[in-house]
Design a protein around this ligand. Structure first.
Ligand code: PRE
Length: 311
């Protein structure tokens, strides 16, 4: 298989990709953005892309949420959770924090370190980079216009760049969740500990619309682990909902909840069921178990047979 990821080498995305068994031996092609990584999958240039979807401090990664919600449908086949810690790397010649005037990094990384930066290097400017590793690698360029970069410890392990400070993140224990995305195809089998991702576009704006959507999941005992609204791009007040839930499409309660969402919304884009990287947070209530669905289905079939005079 051929994989792409938000590059260059040394990003958290690459780390997430390499955390999946077997990926080290496969071809890996870095991409310059989340959009181009997903475009390469859609175009058939690569088989799969590893992209970030949410961070425990900064929240959803809009570039990913929007790119998977629009365009040709893609499928999530795996997820990976990576603990996030940042190092402050400097270009040759910079010796002290006071020498740093401009720091480059990815916007999500800056959001996770800016408290530390403001407290320790007040007045510093932020220069956005396409990724943490892209910002760091720029320091090797003799023409580099900035002084430092915030990135994964992987970069200093593999380059001669100097580490001025380690652990500069504002929140210890932060985690980013990544998804492995392919073109639609065979869905991973249920493991008993799975997640499903979908995008729901509401039919119209009316009181209780979101509550009606949430009821579809609540009444079927389906636990949501993430729900966020993103603008459709069609005008103020027009949003879609991106959501993750516990369970697999092959479980009747999940299929039933998604079918309910489909009946009451303009569109449901199913983005895949895949093994959860961590144990599920909730227990399936007895009334929503696959056995309960089977028993209830048998009961209805019996009633219909009797109604037709067959029993
Ligand atoms: O720039 C990287 O290294 C990435 O993998 C991207 C990304 C993100 O988009 O959130 C991933 C993890 C960190 O939270 C910061 C940046």
């Amino acid at each position: 298989m051929t994989f792409t990821f938000l590059g260059p080498a040394g990003t958290f995305c690459e780390q997430a990709l390499l955390s999946l068994p077997g990926t080290e031996a496969e071809e890996r092609v870095p991409a310059v953005s989340v959009d181009s990584a997903l475009a390469a999958v859609r175009a058939g240039e690569v088989d799969a892309a590893m992209v970030p979807i949410e961070n425990s401090v900064e929240g959803g990664v809009s570039a990913t949420l929007d790119a998977v919600a629009h365009g040709d449908t893609l499928q999530i086949v795996a997820e990976a959770l990576i603990p996030i810690t940042f190092e402050l790397l400097v270009r040759p010649g910079i010796e002290r924090l006071e020498d740093i005037k401009i720091i480059s990094t990815h916007g999500h990384a800056w959001a996770q370190c800016r408290g530390w930066v403001e407290a320790n290097i007040p007045g510093v400017s932020f220069l956005p980079a396409s990724s943490t590793a892209a910002g760091a690698m720029g320091l090797l360029d003799p023409e580099c216009t900035y002084d430092a970069a915030l990135c994964s410890p992987l970069v200093s392990q593999n380059t001669a760049l100097r580490v001025l400070r380690q652990g500069v993140e504002d929140h210890e224990g932060a985690v980013t969740r990544f998804i492995l995305v392919t073109r639609p195809g065979a869905m991973p089998d249920p493991t008993g500990s799975d997640k499903t991702t979908a995008v729901v576009t509401m039919t119209d704006d009316h009181p209780g619309g979101l509550r009606e959507l949430l009821d579809q999941f609540a009444t079927r005992g389906v636990n949501l682990t993430r729900i966020e609204s993103r603008p459709t791009g069609g005008g103020l007040g027009q949003y879609f909902f991106s959501l993750d839930l516990e369970g697999h499409l092959n479980e009747p309660r999940v299929a039933d909840a998604l079918a309910g969402a489909h009946r009451m919304s303009a569109d449901v884009r199913f983005l895949g069921s895949y093994p959860s990287a961590t144990p599920l947070a909730s227990k399936v209530p007895a009334h929503a178990s696959s056995e309960a669905y089977r028993a209830a289905g048998d009961w209805i079939s019996r009633l219909r047979r009797v109604g037709r005079g067959e029993d």
